[in-house]
Write a protein that binds this ligand. Structure first.
Ligand code: ADP
Length: 231
């Protein structure tokens, strides 16, 4: 469960990116985070994986208050969640398999466990047959699915995605969405920031709309946006 209570974030340049927001997300939900550029979406997402720390208020994820944990504990927290970015962030000199395995190897898992977990994860994203290929031998959508496999290999309860389809065409975006939806069906909470009006309209899900650092709308059944609206 995620409980964001009365959170403000003021950056060093005095920019108030979030202004007293409160949001609760239950286990197993799929939530879109939308809003104009500069509305505070990325800041909200960054608070959830403790890339940034709230200036005021509390950010509780799975009973842990992220505003209170010291920096040296952050890596331990991050092992319990998965994060996916717009630009994939794969290591170019490692194969798809190695990119996913790397997330486990740094935690000292034994070889057989690594093999099983990596293959399970690549199978879920539909890329077992391409596990020996390097990122530059994969399409954008395939690279993002490898990044998702890496994010879920530790079986996180929460998957955070910041514009995961931002670099992808509509057809490829759909395949990435199907993977995220399957992960959600298996019980993982998914929080996804997006500008993609079509995705938000096509798969109606709870949608938080940010504007000027506040949540101006929380549409539990999903929001509907017109083409001329800018997300
Ligand atoms: P969005 O993801 O909706 O585009 P952001 O959360 O990135 O919005 O930004 C919200 C506001 O905070 C913007 O005005 C942005 O310029 C500012 N901001 C974001 N990151 C920083 C930072 N590291 N330092 C200073 N200001 C920032």
């Amino acid at each position: 469960m995620i409980k964001v209570s009365n959170v403000s974030k003021i950056y060093k340049n005095h920019m108030k990116a979030l202004n007293d927001i409160s949001v609760a997300i239950e286990d197993g939900e799929f939530v879109y985070v939308v809003g104009h550029s500069g509305a505070g979406k990325s800041t909200f997402i960054k608070l959830l994986y403790r890339e940034e720390r709230a200036t005021h208020g509390s950010v509780i994820v799975n009973d842990l208050d992220l505003t209170k944990i010291p920096n040296h504990r952050v890596h331990k927290y991050r092992r319990t969640i998965g994060v996916v970015f717009q630009d994939f962030k794969l290591l170019p000199n490692l194969t798809a398999y190695e990119n996913v395995a790397y997330a486990l190897e740094v935690h000292g898992e034994d070889a057989e466990t690594i093999r099983r977990k990596v293959k399970d994860s690549l199978e879920l994203v539909g890329l077992l047959d391409k596990m020996k290929q390097f990122p530059n031998q994969l399409s954008g959508g395939e690279q993002q699915r490898v990044a998702i496999a890496r994010a879920i290999v530790n079986k996180p309860t929460l998957l955070i995605a910041d514009e995961p389809t931002g670099n992808l065409d509509p057809v490829t975006s759909q395949s990435v969405m199907e993977v995220l939806e399957e992960i959600n069906r298996r019980g993982t909470t998914v929080v996804m920031a997006t500008h993609d009006i079509h995705l938000v309209n096509e798969s109606r899900k709870r949608t938080l709309t940010f504007e000027n650092g506040v949540v101006i709308n929380d549409a539990k059944e999903g929001g509907y946006f017109y083409d001329d609206e800018v997300l």
